[in-house]
Design a protein around this ligand. Structure first.
Ligand SMILES: Nc1ncnc2c1ncn2[C@@H]1O[C@H](COP(=O)(O)OP(=O)(O)O)[C@@H](O)[C@H]1O
Ligand SMILES: [Mg+2]
Length: 397
C-alpha cells in the first residue's frame, strides 16, 4: 500500500516544496508527499493522509481542529495538535526544571488588562499587590519580559528596573507575560530536533540582523566544545521526549559553560533557506523527509499514531515515582532575608478593565516569516492567534 504524507503550511515558500520533493525522491514510490488539500471538513471522516506535517495551525485555528480529527482517524500529525494546544512556555520551563535541564529563573505575571467578559470579581483569588519585592529580588534586573505563549520575538521586552517593567507591562494588553532572569550569554545555539532523535546544533547570534543570525561561529573549541555540544544534544532530546514534540527548535544561551534553555516551544520552527542558510536548510529538509517516511512506514490503521511526551504518557500510565532532579521550594521556604533589596514603588497589578491596542515588538524586530504565498498557501491567516483566556475562578459555595 502506498503511504501518503501531506504538508500543511502558510506563507513560507522554500521548506514545503523542498520537503515534498525530498520525500518523493527518498520514498521510492512507496511513500509519496503532497500539499494537504481540504475541500470540506466533516466530523469523523478520514481524509487519507498517513502523516501530516503541520507548519501553520498555530495561526489558523480551523486547521488545528482539522488536524485533531485527522489524528483521531489515525494520521500521524507532526506535531501532535493536542499537545500543541495544551502547551505554553511557562509550563515548558516548569517541566524543564523537573527533568533537570537548566532554565532562567521565571515568574508568571497576570495580564495587565482583564480578559473579555470578566470583572474585578473574576480576580478575587489574586492578591493586590503581588509580592513584587520577592519577584524583583528573585529575578533581578535587567530582565526579559515575554508572552507565556508566543513566538517570533513578538512582545519580547528587555526591562531595566521595576518602573520600566510596569511601564512596558502596561503595553501588553491581555497577554499573559513571564518575567525572566536575563542570561548574559557567552555563546548561543539554536537546535533542530526531529522525531525526538535527530539533532542539529546551529550556532546562532540573536544580536545580529535577522538574515545574519545563523552566520556565526561557536565561541569554544576542542574538548570544552565537544562537552558543550554533548550537553546541548542531550538536553534537547530530553526536553523533546518529555514534551512529545517531533519537530521543534530549542534555543540555548550559554553562561559560564552552562546551556540554559531559553525557548523550546517552536513547533513550526523557521526552516527558510534565506534565514537558516543552505547547510542548515539541507539538513532539515533531508531529516524531516526521512522522519516523515519512517512515520509513514510505521503507521498502523485504527490506532493513534501521533507522538506523546513522557509527561502525558506517565500521567496516563504512571511508571515508578521518580525523585525530582532538583528540589522545588515552596514560597514559604524561601529565606527572604538573604535577598538583595530592590526598592519597589507600589503599582496596580490587578488586571485593569481598560482596553489598549495589542502590544507591539519592542526591543527586537519581528522576523520576516517568508515570501509570497503559492498554490495552496493559506493567505488569510488571521493575525493574533491566541484568544484571550476566560479566567473565572469558581465561586466558593
Ligand atoms: N532570559 C533571557 N536571557 C537572555 N536573552 C533572552 C532571554 N529571553 C529571551 N532572550 C532573547 O530574546 C529572544 C526572543 O525570545 P524568545 O524567548 O526566544 O521568544 P520567541 O519565542 O518570541 O522567539 C531570544 O532569542 C533571545 O535572544
Ligand atoms: Mg525564540
Amino acid at each position: 500500500m502506498i503511504k501518503k504524507v501531506g504538508i500543511l503550511f502558510g506563507m513560507e515558500d522554500t521548506f514545503p516544496w523542498a520537503f515534498i520533493d525530498k520525500v518523493n525522491e527518498l520514498g521510492n514510490g512507496k511513500v509519496i508527499a503532497e500539499p494537504v488539500l481540504i475541500d470540506k471538513v466533516q466530523q469523523g471522516i478520514d481524509y487519507g493522509y498517513h502523516v501530516i506535517i503541520d507548519r501553520i495551525s498555530q495561526e489558523v485555528p480551523f486547521y488545528r481542529a482539522y488536524l485533531k480529527n485527522a489524528a483521531l482517524m489515525g494520521t500521524a500529525v507532526i506535531n501532535n495538535p493536542f499537545w500543541w494546544s495544551a502547551d505554553e512556555k511557562f509550563f515548558n520551563n516548569c517541566l524543564s526544571m523537573q527533568i533537570g535541564v537548566p532554565v532562567p529563573k521565571t515568574i508568571l505575571l497576570p495580564s495587565k488588562e482583564r480578559p473579555d467578559d470578566t470583572t474585578h470579581k473574576s480576580f478575587r483569588n489574586l492578591k493586590d499587590p503581588l509580592d513584587w519585592e520577592y519577584i524583583f529580588n528573585y529575578i533581578g534586573f535587567p530582565a526579559y519580559m515575554k508572552p507565556h505563549s508566543g513566538g517570533g520575538w513578538k512582545s519580547v521586552y528587555k526591562v531595566e528596573s521595576p518602573e520600566d517593567l510596569f511601564e512596558k507591562h502596561g503595553e501588553t494588553g491581555q497577554l499573559v507575560m513571564m518575567l525572566q532572569e536575563e542570561i548574559v550569554f557567552d555563546d548561543y545555539y539554536r537546535v533542530y530536533c526531529l522525531g525526538q532523535k535527530y539533532v542539529h546544533i546551529m550556532p546562532y547570534e540573536p544580536r545580529n540582523e535577522f538574515h545574519l543570525r545563523y552566520v556565526t561561529e561557536p565561541k569554544t573549541t576542542g574538548a570544552e566544545h565537544q562537552k558543550l555540544m554533548k550537553t546541548i544534544h542531550d538536553y534537547t532530546i530530553k526536553l523533546n521526549k518529555a514534551l512529545g514534540y517531533d519537530f521543534n527548535t530549542v534555543e540555548f544561551a550559554v553562561r559560564n559553560g552552562i546551556p540554559y534553555a531559553i525557548d523550546f516551544c517552536n513547533p513550526a520552527p523557521d526552516a527558510d533557506i534565506h534565514s537558516v542558510g543552505e547547510g542548515n536548510f539541507n539538513w532539515i529538509v533531508e531529516h524531516a523527509a526521512k522522519f516523515a517516511i519512517e512515520k509513514a512506514n510505521a503507521h498502523s490503521e485504527k490506532q493513534n499514531n501521533s507522538s506523546w511526551g513522557t509527561f502525558v504518557k506517565e500521567a496516563a500510565a504512571p511508571s515508578k515515582p521518580k525523585a525530582p532532579k532538583i528540589s522545588l521550594k515552596s514560597a514559604a521556604e524561601i529565606d527572604k532575608s538573604k535577598a538583595k533589596k530592590v526598592p519597589v514603588k507600589a503599582a496596580a497589578v490587578k488586571p485593569a478593565a481598560k482596553k489598549k491596542p495589542a502590544a507591539k515588538a519592542k526591543t527586537k524586530p519581528a522576523p520576516k516569516k517568508a515570501a509570497t504565498a503559492r498554490k495552496t498557501t493559506a493567505k488569510a491567516a488571521p493575525k493574533k492567534a491566541a484568544p484571550a483566556p476566560k479566567a473565572s475562578p469558581k465561586k466558593k459555595k
